[in-house]
Design a protein around this ligand. Structure first.
Ligand SMILES: [Zn+2]
Length: 128
């Protein structure tokens, strides 16, 4: 079995896109996010932000994409895998065994970049 960790991509920024709310793996949408606010909540988005007019996509852009001095990739990827484990039976069927390995590898990457996670809003494992 190959050791490469897959790269999951989620689509929240463009409601007009046909991929909107999709989680993509290798070019294929493998899951549709049914509650974008709850999904973004795993990354630190709060109801107060919503009330203040910030969208989940804006929040993720601001906290993770625009902060180019930090690389949150391992944190975000691990969180998506945890989400899919809970929300997608198909994911468990197809990747249930591999995903333990992926999470272990991502945990190592995160541990070696501890200074990144000190600035990371991802819950539960990155919060201090
Ligand atoms: Zn983190």
């Amino acid at each position: 079995m190959q050791n490469t960790i897959p790269k999951f991509v989620f689509h929240l920024s463009d409601p007009c896109s046909e991929k909107y709310r999709g989680i993509e793996l290798n070019g294929e949408i493998i899951h549709w996010i049914d509650d974008t606010e709850r999904f973004a909540g795993m990354f630190g988005f709060t109801h107060d932000m919503r009330v203040a007019g910030v969208s989940p996509a804006q929040f993720i852009q601001r906290e993770y994409v625009n902060r180019r001095e930090f690389d949150f990739t391992a944190c975000i990827q691990a969180q998506i895998i945890e989400y899919l484990r809970v929300h997608s039976k198909k994911f468990i069927q197809q990747h249930g065994k591999q995903c333990e390995k992926w999470l272990a590898q991502l945990a190592k990457i995160r541990a070696s970049k501890e200074e990144i996670c000190a600035t990371c809003k991802i819950k539960p494992f990155c919060s201090h």
